[in-house]
Design a protein around this ligand. Sequence first.
Ligand code: HEM
Length: 415
Amino acid sequence: MTATAVHSGLEQVNLSDHALWRDDPPFEIFARLRAERPVHWSPISQFPHEAGFWSIVRHADIREISLDFETYSSERGGVVLVDDIGVPLDMVRMQPIAQDPPRHDRMKQLFQQAFTPKRIAAHAEAIRQIVDRAIDGVAARGECCLVNDIGAHVTSRVIGSLLGTPEDDDPQLVDWSNMIVGFEDPDMRPEFEMLMPELQRAFEYVLPKVLERRENPTGDLVSALAHAEIDGERLTDDEMVLTFGLLMAAGNDSTRAVYGSSMLALMRHPEQRQMLIDNPDLIDDAVEECLRFSPAFAYMRRTATRDVELHGQTIHEGDKLALWYVSGNRDETIYDEPERFDITRGRVQHQSFGAGGRHFCLGAALARLELKTMLLRTIERLPDMRPAGPAVRAHSLFLNQHKSIPVSFTPPPGA
Ligand code: HEM
């Protein structure tokens, strides 16, 4: 193929074509884009009335843009490529993830007062019990769905126990979380016009809890957030409710996604799984490699605040950019043989929790602790787990996750 043919081939690639994403992210296309066309334009096929977007695919560019909030805003258009997901932007902007300074400075400090490493570490034993209970629930059956029977139970109970919601409400909170993040997948969200009424129900569920914790703090995360103060100022009720929604969605969805894809990677690389069973001390490195290999979010969006030139391409003010973590995490200038899954890589500078700067994931310590516990307990207790049918990916550019992963295993003695 001539250089021109390669070049024009890439020009015609439409990264929003869901057919490219059916089994996996289109890693080969991303590799070619990194080499030949690091700033690339696509329309949004599923929502043709929406403006298209620039793809940013190199590790260094993703990092640079993440650090430069003045040129590349999180607040102007939020963090997903679709402008109209059925929720007004003003509501979305009450969450730190969709804010720039100065709003973001205040919010982040308030969050950090509540989301302390001590609070997370204190949860370690509770997390272990939650994981063991989820595995107990399926152990005798010899088969289950990793996403719905283990992942969802664990992540919803962990975030529910931090937020102080009762266990009976976990399935409802999972449904609401799916609705918020799964806006591209008809299985995960209701009809467009049903979304706001559903979110209104969620709002009505959360608000009394917030008001109650303001009056009578219980020591949970919501109480801590409700009482956190910067310069004598607290979060408003609306901010509290929207923040609760962000924590619920982030807590439920992303960790569940990485658990599922990590188990798939370990089942597809049984020698790596065995190495981890034999050397559980490798778990910290294994979690980082799992996060690199399969980030929960394929991208986060930024919006240009001015005209800017990048690799010879003019990006205009108001243009959308997708920072493709699925591509940055496999950049061959950073990783040796990036397509190889290798839990002994050691310290991996992946971009799965964000690529640096002020929006770095607030839940990273919690997610790491949950993933360590979930992965270790699963491979220790169900060591011969194997796929029992095709894993089904979410229909989404944003969510790099599976809706179901059927598996089978030998029931452990005494199950
Ligand atoms: C494996 C699991 C997780 C992954 C891969 C993940 C990933 C991310 C990413 C990519 C961002 C945004 C980065 C950006 O825009 O630059 C983010 C932000 C955030 N995450 Fe997570 N997350 C995970 C788990 C969690 C959990 C468990 C929580 C809380 C319970 C959480 C809370 C947040 C919050 C509050 C933000 C906004 C931070 C800010 O904008 O200042 N995340 N996360």
